[in-house]
Design a protein around this ligand. Structure first.
Ligand code: PRP
Length: 218
């Protein structure tokens, strides 16, 4: 029998929305949702499309690491936000938008601040998305100094470290609670399925049915 299909799964808030989609695609997510610190969850062989599927291995990863595992063929397919794909370049096949994990990348500033600021100096931007931000302000013709921060990004304008941030906004609650507001939309974000190009060619009969099955809005 073929080796099991390896699926890179992002830990975190998208997982909750992803589980029903995997279930609907005929993959038993029992091993995935079990409370455990194990980072590999094995799904034994199962009946699928009139035959026997060799099963699956779920790799539980930080969302930013999913494309690397798929690009290098350690995982056959993975689920990743468009924000991650916008920030770094990967050689991946991205056949499917799952329509989950919907949010936006946006510029946010302190409530009431003038944006873009009237001064001719550099706009100071704090963000985890350095390349997205650099590209965005270059396209807007706004001179910007981009500072990399890893998390709690909203703190930067609150404390005077930066004028604005570029970050993920989902419900807007984090911005509201910290006195910030969106001043510019940068990009829409949702979760997509990515596949290793070579793996997809060599193991198409195993991977394609899973991609097809995932291709239904639930
Ligand atoms: C993200 C993002 C915002 C928040 C936005 O952070 O960086 O802080 O979610 O969500 P909201 O609009 O629904 O409030 P996350 O919780 O993923 O943690 P992080 O700060 O470690 O990136």
């Amino acid at each position: 029998m073929d080796a099991p299909i390896t699926i890179a799964i992002p830990k975190g808030r998208v997982l909750e929305q992803l589980v029903p989609r995997l279930d609907a695609a005929g993959l038993d997510t029992g091993p995935l949702t079990k409370r455990s610190r194990k980072l590999i969850r094995e799904l034994p062989p199962f009946a699928h499309a009139g035959g026997t599927h060799p099963g699956a291995r779920f790799l539980l990863l930080k969302p930013d690491d999913v494309p690397t595992y798929v690009e290098y063929g350690t995982a056959d397919i993975g689920v990743v936000g468009r924000d991650v794909l916008l920030e770094r370049e990967y050689d991946l096949y991205a056949p499917l938008d799952l329509g989950i994990g919907k949010c936006q990348l946006a510029v946010a500033a302190m409530k009431g601040a003038t944006y873009p600021p009237p001064t001719s100096g550099l706009l100071r931007v704090a963000t985890k998305f350095s390349r997205v931000a650099t590209r965005h302000f270059a396209q807007r013709g706004i001179p910007a100094e981009v500072l990399y921060v890893q998390g709690s990004v909203e703190l930067a304008p609150l404390t005077g470290l930066s004028d604005v941030i570029v970050d993920i906004v989902e419900t807007g609650e984090t911005l509201r609670q910290n006195g910030l507001e969106v001043v510019e939309h940068v990009a829409d974000v949702s979760s997509v399925v990515v596949a290793n190009r070579v793996g997809l060619k060599l193991r198409r009969e195993l991977i394609a049915p899973i991609l097809d099955a995932l291709d239904t809005e639930s």
